[in-house]
Ligand binder design. Structure first.
Ligand code: PMP
Length: 446
């Protein structure tokens, strides 16, 4: 691997930008230098030293269409030949607004109305505001280990160790703050205390919290499948029970589909798990690669925006060039009854089975855990391990995971921190073969 330009650029980059390039504080580089992308096409990227990589980082979920999908590029180019990227939100609309809205209502089970915004964090905040306005109750219920954006009221907090009283989260003690990737100083007063934080898949904690405090909870906020937490599946019946408790106690259920939306299929996680939330947040892959996010939900809740009782304005909300991006992404994904998903499944299965097989043959325990379009490769866990709670992660070998991540990158395979892989619809059989060859070497070295 050539590194001369990457090292030189890293040296000039670091004094300018605190915290990587404007994302989390934890180091996201698998190598001692940063990767500077010079070109990207399909499932591949090339760095400033002309090293070629197969990309399973997937823009952390954004690049479901891969890089520069020709149909998406053509649609955006054609759009820009006719119009500017932006007109005036809420004043000047575009024909695409109608087409996109109609498609989303058709595809998303909970969608009777849509609201657009720009980032995933914003979409979550709109969902929270709507839920509080609708229920006139204060609290959010969320789950340890999940992530819903960087705002004060949803970032960080650790499980209250006593699990007594109101089961509110507690802040990480400052001394251990850097061990908690979601810890931040500088939050406003009371922000942590706005949520109950429960362990995922703990039915007792859920039932007790609803029984004791259900009348104060406005919103349950969760990924239906916690892709940000090792793709830890809900236990059978768990989401169904959350749905029932929300109904019994007048609580709004929000699925955060910022990663799962359109990645798990056109109907997202809610279609896969067969539980329909009241409201859901979307982002990442929605517009095929440009910033765009949305809240979709039941009319009774969303219409609070229409009658003016809830506000969520924003200059760039629903900007028309992004809208063309959504329309084009949906057209690509809808084609031939979702043929792109079927092909992505086939490629993903080959990778998952290949890695499992290499681990078994070499006597290295590895569990590939995931759903369509996103999975984690977890060393130290037996391939048959059912993964439902953090206790099931006790054997996870972080050292091996980091070593694999770093050595795979040096073999030309990019994946996300924590051993997470994001698929695109343009990964190929040639990618699989090259990936498994690299995995064979890297697993042998563990
Ligand atoms: N929710 C989930 C499930 C996410 O994965 C993320 C981003 N990783 C967010 C919310 C926040 O989205 P954004 O970074 O676009 O603000």
């Amino acid at each position: 691997m050539k590194r001369t330009n990457s090292l030189e650029l890293s040296k000039r980059f670091d004094p300018i930008y605190p915290a990587g390039h404007s994302n989390f504080r934890i180091p996201m580089e698998a190598t001692e230098h940063r990767v500077f992308v010079k070109r990207a096409e399909g499932s591949r990227v090339w760095d400033e030293d002309d090293n070629e990589y197969i990309d399973y980082l997937g823009g952390q979920g954004v690049n479901l269409l891969g890089h520069r999908h020709p149909e998406w590029v053509a649609a955006i180019t054609e759009y820009l030949e006719e119009r500017s990227p932006y007109f005036a939100a809420g004043v000047l609309n575009s024909r695409d607004d109608v087409a996109v809205g109609e498609k989303l209502l058709r595809h998303i089970p909970c969608a009777e109305r849509i609201k657009f915004c720009l980032s995933g964090s914003e979409a979550v905040q709109i969902a929270i505001r709507l839920a509080r306005a609708y229920t006139r109750k204060p609290y959010i219920l969320r789950f340890a280990g999940q992530y819903h954006g960087w705002m004060d009221n949803v970032i960080g907090g650790q499980l209250n160790p006593t699990l007594g009283g109101k089961r509110l989260p507690v802040e990480s003690p400052d001394s251990s703050s850097l061990d908690d990737p979601f810890y931040t100083r500088g939050k406003g007063p009371g922000s942590v205390e706005q949520s109950f934080m429960l362990p995922w898949n703990d039915l007792d904690a859920l039932e007790t919290t609803f029984r004791e405090c259900g009348e104060e909870i406005a919103l349950v906020l969760t990924e239906a499948i916690p892709t940000n937490h090792f793709c830890m599946m809900p236990r059978p019946g768990y989401l169904e029970r959350i749905r029932e408790l929300c109904d019994e106690h007048g609580v709004v259920l929000c699925f955060d589909e910022i990663i799962t939306g359109f990645r798990l299929g056109l109907g997202g996680a809610q279609e896969l798990v067969g539980v329909t939330p009241d409201i859901a947040s979307y982002g990442k892959a929605l517009a095929g690669g440009v910033p765009f996010s949305a809240v979709a939900g039941r009319a009774a809740i969303m219409d609070l925006l229409r009658d003016g009782r809830v506000l969520s304005p924003g200059t760039f909300n629903g900007y028309p060039m992004g809208m063309r991006g959504v329309l084009t992404a949906l057209r690509i994904l809808e084609r031939d009854h979702g043929a792109a998903y079927a092909e992505m499944d086939r490629i993903q299965n080959r990778i998952e089975q290949g890695i499992t097989e290499i681990g078994a043959r070499r006597g290295i325990p590895v569990r590939v855990q995931g759903v369509r379009g996103v999975f984690s490769v977890l060393f130290g866990l037996d391939s048959g391990t059912e993964l439902y709670t953090d206790e099931d992660l006790q054997q996870l070998d972080f050292g091996q995971l980091v070593k694999f991540w770093s050595s795979m990158q040096q073999e030309g395979v990019l994946m996300f921190l924590g051993g997470r892989w994001f698929m695109s619809i343009v990964h190929t059989d040639a990618d699989v073969e090259q990936t498994l060859e690299a995995a064979e070497e890297c697993i042998a070295d563990l």
